[in-house]
Design a protein around this ligand. Sequence first.
Ligand code: 2F8
Ligand code: CA
Length: 256
Amino acid sequence: MATVFNEEESEIAMVYENLHGDSARSHCGKDRKVSAVQPGMKLYRLVAVSFGLLCLLQVALNISLHLSLYSSYCTALEIVKKNLSDCDNKTLDMEASIETLTEERDELKKKLSDFDYYSQQGWVYFSGSFYYVSEIKKTWNNSRYDCLKRGADLLIVNTKEKQEFLHHLQRRIWIGLTDREIEGTWKWVDGSPLKTSYWATDEPNSYESTDEDCGDTKFFTEKNSWNDSPCEYLLPWTCEKKKNSSSLTQQPKAEI
Ligand code: 2F8
Ligand code: CA
C-alpha cells in the first residue's frame, strides 16, 4: 500500500513539474531538496567565475599599467638621453670655445709681451709692424745685419702708408732696396720686385757712373724721397719687424 502510494506521489510530482516547471520544485517534497542545492551551486559558480574574471581583469590591468609605466619610463629615458646628448654637445661646444678663447688669450698675451719688449728696445709700432730707427750709421750691409740680429730686416716700402711713415721720420736712412744682383733691377730684401716706387727726381742715377746699388732717403723732405747711393756709405737705417716674423732665427753674415 505504501509502495503504491509512493509511486502515485512520484508520478504526481513529475506531472506537476511538467506543468509548472522549476517553480514547482520549491513546493514539492523530494524536489524541494534538489532545488535548495542547485541555486547555491549556481551562486558559487557565479562567485567563482566572477572572482576568476576579476582576477583576469586584475592581471589585464596590471599588464596594462606596467606597459603604460614602461612606455612612460621609455619616454622619460629617451628625454634624459636626449638631454644628456644635448648636454654633451653643449659641453663640446664650450670646450671648443674655451680652447679658442685660451688660444686668443695666449696670442694677446704674446702680443702684449712683444709690444712691451719692443717698446723698451726703442721700437715704434705702426700698422701691424714694429720699426727701429738707428741712432748710429753703418754701411747698407751692416745695417741689414743689425736688423737681422734684432729679428727683423731693413724696411720694405711696399705701401703708401709705409712711405708716409718714412716721410714723417724726416731723416736720411737706408731702406731695404738694392740692385746689387742685376744692375737696374731693384729688389726688396725679401726678394720681392719693386713695383710702386718713390724715387726722387732723376733717381736712381748711379751718379757720375759710380756704383750706387743701395736705396736710401737722401731727399727725405720730398714725398718722393728715394735715392740710390754707394752701399759703402755710412748712414742710419730703419729695421722693420712684421707681426709673427720668424726672422729671429736667421743668421746673417757680417760684412768684412
Ligand atoms: O752722394 C751721391 C748723390 O749725389 C747727388 O745728390 C746730392 C745726386 N743727386 C743729383 O745729382 C740730383 C745723387 O743721385 C747721388 O746719389
Ligand atoms: Ca743717386
